[in-house]
Every structure is written in structure tokens, then in C-alpha cells.
Design a protein around this ligand. Structure first.
Ligand SMILES: C[S@@+](CC[C@H](N)C(=O)[O-])C[C@H]1O[C@@H](n2cnc3c(N)ncnc32)[C@H](O)[C@@H]1O
Length: 240
């Protein structure tokens, strides 16, 4: 996968040199390039922002540097152009899965009051991180790119871990425990120590259903119970 990010603050993306994603990058499992929009400004002072027509507070990112940066990047990246902005559809795990299947992606990060409206001519999609305002698109691009990359084969080392976790099928994940078995009287559920794989699977599935029902009734209402779910739900509810 190749990702190009158009930004005024390329250094912010050095985060991707760290930890799990940093190791995956070193292994060549993906390519992440940052493109400094300022480098494309034809203004003699390399200005990339200006006052808004019609007045009002703040500065707007000018159209020329972004358009020229996009044209240049498109020569080597055929991916869709995504603008990170609060007017887009809210990002979620389903969208992360969809985008993880793409070979190429281009992200544009806005700043200040946002971008000149004419940049939308080259934008295929706007994605929002949520219903709140960030200082810049970088703040949204970083978690979004992270969630996409960790779904790529080989990045996590164990592909199953991304398939079983929260939201992978509109359910929240089951609880995890590790050593010690007894922490100041708080005991690990006995079933996890039993070594009985089928019972453990069923308990984990029940906990996914239970936790989702309690904490995210909106997700739970849309969950389609399989025959297995129904059996597990009845069996463990009785034991509560
Ligand atoms: C301060 S914000 C501009 C907000 C804009 N004036 C408005 O009210 O919609 C600067 C930049 O941050 C990014 N941004 C802000 N909130 C975002 C969000 N919820 N999701 C994705 N990007 C966001 C966008 O790229 C935006 O152009």
C-alpha cells in the first residue's frame, strides 16, 4: 500500500516511525510519504494561506499550492483523494476495512479555517474523525491512517487479532486478563484457566454480546444473532 499525505506539517507524521507501525514500515509492508504543501506555493514568500473573501476571522489555505501538490502526487499515486474535514462522513472500523483494501491513497490535511472551496474539485471523498473541531487535518489523518495500516496483512504479526477485536462485526471485544491469576483478591474468571477451548470461545462470545448490550445498545440493536449466538446467550444468561 502506498499513502501520500499532503500537509503543512510533515514532521507530525514521524509518529509512524515508532512501535508496531514503525516496524511494519521498516519491513516495507507499506509506503508512507509526506508532501509539504508549502513546497508547491508559487508565492515568493511561500505563503499558503490568505484572508477570506467576504471577511471573517482566520486564514484560509489557498487553492494553488494544494492543486499543484495533488497534480504532482497523482503522477505516481492513482489512489482516491481524501480530504480530512469535519463536513465528511464520520470514520469507523468499516471504513478502515474498506480503505485497507486500496493499493493507493492520497490524504489532504487542512489547517487554519480550512481550504479554499475550489480544492473540492480534486477531492473524491471527505472523511471526518467525529463531530468536533481539530486544529488541523493531521490530527485526524494520523489515527485514521494508523487504523487502516494495522489491518494490512503482516502489520500486526497475527492477523487474527484484528479480526476478533471491537467493531470487527459491530460487537465490542471480550475482556482480557493476564498474570497474576489473583490480584489483591480480584480473580481471573475460572473458565479462562480451564484449558477448554470451546467453553472459552463461548464465554468470550457471550461477553462480547453482554458488553455491547450494556455499553453500546445502538450497536447491539443492529446485531444479527446467529444460531450459535442464540445458544450461547441462553446458556450463559442462565448462569448470571
Ligand atoms: C480548525 S479546522 C477548520 C474548521 C472549519 N472552520 C469548520 O468550522 O468546519 C482546520 C482543519 O482541521 C481539519 N479538521 C478539523 N476538524 C476535523 C474533523 N472532525 N475531522 C477531520 N478533520 C478535521 C480539517 O482539515 C480542517 O480544514
Amino acid at each position: 500500500m502506498k499513502i501520500d499525505v499532503l500537509t503543512l506539517f510533515p514532521d507530525m507524521f514521524s509518529l509512524f516511525n515508532e512501535s508496531i507501525i514503525g516496524r511494519a514500515k521498516e519491513k516495507g509492508l507499506f509506503e508512507l510519504n509526506t508532501v509539504n504543501i508549502r513546497d508547491y506555493s508559487t508565492n515568493k514568500h511561500h505563503r499558503v494561506d490568505d484572508y477570506p473573501y467576504g471577511g471573517g476571522s482566520g486564514l484560509v489555505m489557498t487553492v494553488q499550492p494544494i492543486m499543484d501538490a495533488v497534480s504532482q502526487v497523482k503522477k505516481n499515486n492513482s489512489g482516491k483523494v481524501i480530504f480530512l474535514g469535519p463536513k465528511g462522513k464520520a470514520f469507523n472500523q468499516k471504513k478502515a476495512m474498506e480503505l485497507s483494501k486500496e493499493e493507493n491513497l492520497i490524504f489532504i490535511c487542512g489547517h487554519y479555517e480550512g481550504i479554499d472551496e475550489r480544492v473540492y474539485q480534486v477531492i473524491d471523498e471527505e472523511i471526518s474523525l467525529g463531530d468536533f473541531i481539530l486544529t488541523g487535518g493531521e490530527m485526524a489523518a494520523i489515527p485514521i491512517i494508523d487504523s487502516i495500516l494495522r489491518l494490512k496483512s503482516g502489520v500486526l504479526g497475527d492477523d487474527e487479532s484484528s479480526q476478533e477485536e471491537s467493531f470487527s462485526e459491530d460487537l465490542l471485544e471480550y475482556p482480557h486478563y493476564t498474570r497474576p491469576e489473583d490480584f489483591r483478591g480480584e480473580i481471573v474468571p475460572e473458565i479462562l484457566l480451564s484449558g477448554h477451548h470451546e467453553n472459552i470461545r463461548q464465554w468470550r462470545r457471550f461477553m462480547m454480546l453482554k458488553i455491547t448490550k450494556e455499553r453500546r445498545p445502538d450497536l447491539f440493536a443492529n446485531h444479527k444473532f446467529s444460531k450459535d449466538d442464540e445458544k450461547i446467550w441462553k446458556k450463559f444468561k442462565r448462569k448470571l
